[in-house]
Design a protein. Structure first.
Length: 118
C-alpha cells in the first residue's frame, strides 16, 4: 500500500533544478504527525507548489529562465480514500506541468506509516 503525503512533503520536477515543498491548503482537519494530509486539490502554483528554481525547458543565451510551475492535475491518487470528497495524494502520486515537466514526490513529509487505500 502507498503512503499518504502531508504538508512539507518534498517535491521535485524532472525539468527543474531545485526541490520544493508541498503546502497543503485543501483541508485543515485530517493530519498525520500533526501535518495536514495532501489531496488532489493541492495543485496551485506558488500556493501549494513552489518554484523548482530554473526550468530546463526554458533555455536562454544566459542560462535558463525561472521555473513557474503550471500543475495540471495530480495522477495516481487514492481510488477510495478521500478527504472532503477529494482523493488523497500518496508517495506514488505525480502531477504533469503545462510547461512539460513531471512533478513527483521525493519525501512524503512525515516519518510514520500512514497507508492509503489505493
Amino acid at each position: 500500500m502507498s503512503q499518504k503525503i502531508t504538508d512539507t512533503a518534498q517535491l521535485f520536477c524532472n525539468q527543474g533544478i531545485a526541490p520544493g515543498n508541498l503546502s497543503v491548503t485543501s483541508q485543515h482537519f485530517s493530519t498525520a504527525e500533526g501535518k495536514y494530509i495532501a489531496t488532489e486539490q493541492d495543485k496551485q502554483a506558488d500556493i501549494n507548489i513552489q518554484s523548482f528554481g530554473l526550468c530546463k525547458l526554458k533555455p536562454t543565451s544566459g542560462g535558463y529562465l525561472p521555473c513557474i510551475p503550471a500543475p495540471i492535475a495530480w495522477e495516481k491518487t487514492t481510488e477510495k480514500d478521500t478527504i472532503n470528497n477529494y482523493k488523497i495524494l500518496t508517495e506514488n502520486s505525480f502531477c504533469l506541468c503545462g510547461t512539460g515537466g513531471k512533478i513527483e514526490v521525493s519525501n512524503k513529509g512525515h516519518a510514520e506509516r500512514h497507508e492509503a487505500m489505493d
